[in-house]
Design a protein around this ligand. Structure first.
Ligand code: ADP
Length: 164
């Protein structure tokens, strides 16, 4: 039985992440989406919001679990009894960091392997930071993110209009 973790900040989840989730889901027996709770990264959305949006966006895929975690990924993998980590590669710019992380994780826990899925060409330009930038300038994010996320951006916009 192959149980895998797809870890990330997902601040917020984009259609690029959803594509990796769906493709991983077809490969492994059990998929856990691990949402990193790291305040040092100063996320726009709280970990609870990020988990909720991911759950809403993946609720059509039975058996996927969305779980927040803190600390080392290898400790989370051990705790979940998962032997595989899945990451997405968009471009050569992702590669250096991802290679370093996977080799470090393998040193820390040799039983955990990392598998990379290359981004779908349709989403290879897409990142959470770009989406946040579009939203910050009042742009429409709906073609880049699941509905739960564009609704959350609209809600944030309403709240900030009220504060002004
Ligand atoms: P990080 O985990 O580095 O904070 P993210 O949460 O944005 O970054 O992404 C989690 C994983 O999904 C990473 O492996 C990242 O490369 C991958 N990813 C991000 N955006 C896309 C995309 N548009 N297509 C495919 N993979 C992506």
């Amino acid at each position: 039985m192959l149980r895998a973790i797809y870890p990330g900040s997902f601040d917020p989840v984009t259609l690029g992440h959803i594509d990796i989730i769906k493709r991983s889901y077809d490969i492994v027996d059990e998929l856990i989406v691990g949402v990193l709770n790291n305040n040092a990264k100063m996320p726009l959305f709280s970990v609870e919001e990020r988990v909720r949006m991911l759950k809403e966006a993946t609720n059509a895929l039975p058996g996927i679990r969305v779980i927040p975690f803190e600390g080392l990924l290898v400790d989370f993998a051990r705790q979940m009894e998962a032997g595989l980590v899945i990451r997405g590669l968009r471009a050569i710019t992702d590669f250096e960091y991802e290679l370093q992380m996977s080799q470090t994780n393998h040193k820390l826990e040799p039983s955990v392997e990392t598998m990379f899925l290359t981004a779908n060409v349709e989403y290879s330009y897409l990142s959470s930071s770009t989406v946040k930038e579009i939203a910050a300038f009042g742009g429409d994010t709906s073609q880049f993110v699941p509905e739960a996320v564009s609704l959350a951006f609209n809600q944030k916009k309403k709240e900030s209009n009220k504060d002004e």
